[in-house]
Write a protein that binds this ligand. Structure first.
Ligand code: MN
Length: 253
């Protein structure tokens, strides 16, 4: 199996290294990742300057772009082969519920939607301090290995990825895998207003809202239950069950 690996925490992040090392036991790994942290870049593409891949001493490719740039570039001419699967992560921190809209980790996997069996986005739910070393990511990397070993048996519809969140626990404390739907967060905290040194107002985006829908069956619930949450995501944002209402509304517009 040939893996393309990327992330949004940057080419030097320990989660990326742990993931690449685990996958190297299962196949051929190529890493193409942002040269610095690009968390919360979602599917942004860089269109105002060229992208320059620079190979690192460990063989990883660092790109002066976003997670989506990295996978887009890799799949559309930079690599001279087509990977079987794109694996993104392991992200420092959860990507649950509404987080998936902003996540560069998820976006890197989504960018592979034109491949046959697209990709997996992997996040470590709890690595908030981002000060964790590579050992913190080993249990999650092991759980990804287990998923990948069973990958051929998975029937995934086109344009679908798996969003995987691993609880931040020792391997023996993780209770297994649980399929889930996305939960939802409530409103984010207020922005933090400060004065800059010249007396002008500046603002920090506040932290994400608390879970508002974290009930049974959600990704929030699975992780809280010490399970690896696995949510199939699709790229079709159409609200199919609203088509009829919008259609009859348009008839009168
Ligand atoms: Mn990140």
């Amino acid at each position: 199996m040939r893996f393309l690996v990327s992330n949004d925490d940057g080419v030097q992040s320990p989660g990326l290294v742990a993931l690449a090392e685990a996958l190297a036991e299962l196949g051929e790994v190529t890493v193409v990742a942002p040269d610095s942290e690009r968390s919360a870049f979602s599917s942004a593409l860089t269109l105002d300057r060229p992208l320059r891949p620079v190979q690192q001493p460990n063989g990883f490719w660092a790109v002066n772009g976003t997670p989506a740039d990295c996978v887009h570039l890799a799949l559309n001419g930079f690599l001279d082969f087509e990977p079987d699967i794109v694996v993104s992560g392991i992200n420092a921190g959860a990507n649950l519920g509404d987080d998936t809209l902003y996540s560069g980790t998820v976006a890197a996997a989504l960018e592979a939607r034109f491949l046959g069996k697209t990709g997996i986005a992997v996040s470590l739910a709890g690595a908030h301090g981002k000060g964790y070393g590579i050992e913190a990511y080993r249990p999650a990397a092991q759980m990804v290995s287990r998923l990948i070993r069973s990958w051929p048996r998975l029937n995934l519809p086109a344009r679908t990825i798996l969003n995987v969140n691993v609880p931040d626990l020792p391997l023996e404390a993780i209770r297994g895998f649980q399929v889930s739907r996305l939960g939802h967060r409530g409103r984010a905290r207020d922005v933090l207003a400060l004065d800059d040194p010249r007396g002008r107002k500046v603002y920090w985006i506040g932290i994400a809202g608390n879970p508002a829908d974290a009930g049974e069956g959600t990704d929030f619930h699975a992780v809280a239950d010490a399970c690896v949450s696995v949510t199939p995501l699709l790229t079709d944002l159409t609200r199919h069950d609203a088509l009829e209402d919008v259609s009859s509304w348009l008839d009168e517009v």
